[in-house]
Design a protein around this ligand. Structure first.
Ligand code: UD1
Length: 416
């Protein structure tokens, strides 16, 4: 199994350029098959989850033409199956976006049900509620969700929880339903706005994405487009926390600073310096940092996908910080690994009490999931001594060239 070997303590200084948003790309690629015309998607990150998504698109019969590392042309006119193979769902949960895109376009989809995962149970009841409201019938058999409709009609849908996945999935299907659908209590993440902008560039009529009420007027068909994906908020936030935790000085380029505000606010409260530019942020980690409390929330709150990385930074700040995870129930697994590196953290259910220490010490540790894996890399970069991190396949799911970008900043990281 591949590992990162990290010798901690190197000064991190310089520039890093952020790639396209993985979670936006997953929705956009699933939506790209909703037309029979060519769709050109630019700024896709070259990460494993995206490559699996492209394989899944090919597998149902669409043409996928990779034009360089970050651009792909997709043509959905040759799709010959509305069934997504179980293998794809095992590799990426976001395969469930095919329910929305295939149901919208073909009024028919058969997609494996996602199971729970390392961070929680993750039900999809809100997705189902939305599709049924649009007039689709749903049956679950043999681990697959089958859905079909003679026609989809508009609906007024109120989500019981704020969910990114259901907002995107139901929004896609509603684009091709008759009449005006209203989604209330919609998620507001930047990637929801990006998927909506992408669909609108294909001729969809979506208004209000980015607020909690989205109005979608259905159209009969969608057309081809050329579209560039927004920068990845979480990759950017990860390097921001890295600069803070390692007392580095990193200019993080190709970002939308507005999307980073909740992270910027916490780093400032801790005493770090953050400069915002039009398309960049610079974070200078203060030698002495203060404790603060963090609670994860749907956007514009503090992202759950940044919880492990900020926890690593707080584990090195003076005093006791309280981190509350309110989106997923099981997202503190990595804390056991941090404790092996000397962290002083107690977890009770969804709350971690983090007492600051001076420095981690290197250890052999294992990445339990994507974002926690990135957080452990940050800890290892700050640690005294050498750390060996396995499970880096998780990190590759969402970070392109993570080790190379860190090495270019001066980090001592080797991929063995
Ligand atoms: C997406 C992101 C993930 C991020 C999460 C929260 C993608 C591909 N993944 O995941 O990286 O951590 O948003 O920002 O974009 N829920 C229900 N019923 C449902 C759907 C969700 O109860 O039908 C619950 C979930 O269990 C969770 C909460 O709602 O507790 C939020 O989940 P959701 O926003 O849907 O997360 P994902 O879309 O799966």
């Amino acid at each position: 199994m591949e590992k990162y070997i990290i010798k901690g303590g190197a000064e991190l200084k310089g520039e890093v350029t952020i790639g396209g948003a993985k979670n936006a790309a997953l929705g956009i690629l699933a939506a790209s098959i909703m037309t029979d015309e060519d769709v050109l998607v630019e700024n896709i990150p070259d990460v494993n989850d995206i490559n699996v998504m492209l394989e899944a698109i090919e597998h149902i019969g669409a043409v996928v033409e990779r034009i360089g590392k970050h651009t792909v042309r997709i043509n959905g006119s040759t799709i010959n199956s509305c069934e997504v193979d179980d293998d794809f769902m095992r590799r990426i949960r976001a395969s469930y976006y095919f329910i929305g895109s295939l149901l919208g376009k073909y009024k028919n989809a058969k997609v494996p049900l996602p199971g729970g995962c390392a961070i929680g149970a993750r039900p999809i009841d809100q997705h189902i509620k939305g599709f049924e409201a649009l007039g689709a019938s749903i049956s679950i058999r043999g681990g697959y969700l089958s859905t079909s409709a003679d026609r989809l009609h508009c609906a007024h849908i109120y989500f019981d929880v704020v969910t990114v996945g259901a907002t995107i999935n139901v929004m896609m299907a509603a684009c091709m339903a008759e009449g005006q659908t209203i989604i209330e209590n919609a998620a507001r993440e930047p990637h929801i706005v990006d998927v909506a902008n992408f669909l609108n560039s294909m001729g969809a009529r979506i208004k209000g994405a980015g607020t909690d009420t989205i109005r979608i007027t259905g159209v009969r068909s969608l057309h081809g487009t050329q579209y560039a994906i927004i920068p990845d908020q979480i990759e950017a936030g990860t390097f921001m926390c890295m600069a803070a935790a390692c007392r580095g000085d990193i200019l993080i380029k190709n970002v939308i600073p507005k999307h980073l505000e909740s992270i910027t606010a916490k780093l400032l409260e801790m005493g770090n310096i953050v400069y915002e530019y039009d398309e960049a942020v610079r974070v200078i980690g203060a030698p002495k940092q203060r404790h603060t409390d963090v609670k994860t929330l749907p956007y514009p709150g503090f992202p759950t996908d940044m919880q492990p990385q900020i926890t690593v930074a707080l584990a090195l700040a003076e005093g006791a910080s309280i981190v509350t995870e309110s989106v997923f129930e099981n997202r503190f697994k990595y804390v056991e690994e941090l404790i092996r590196m000397g962290a002083d953290i107690r977890v009770e259910r969804n709350v971690a009490v983090v007492d600051g220490i001076e420095r981690f010490s290197g250890a052999s540790i294992s990445a339990p999931d994507l974002r926690a894996g990135a957080a452990l890399v940050i800890a290892a970069l700050q640690a005294e001594g050498t750390s060996v991190i396995d499970g880096i396949g998780y990190i590759r799911r969402g970070y392109e060239n993570f080790d190379k970008k860190i090495a270019a900043l001066g980090g001592n990281i080797e991929n063995a």
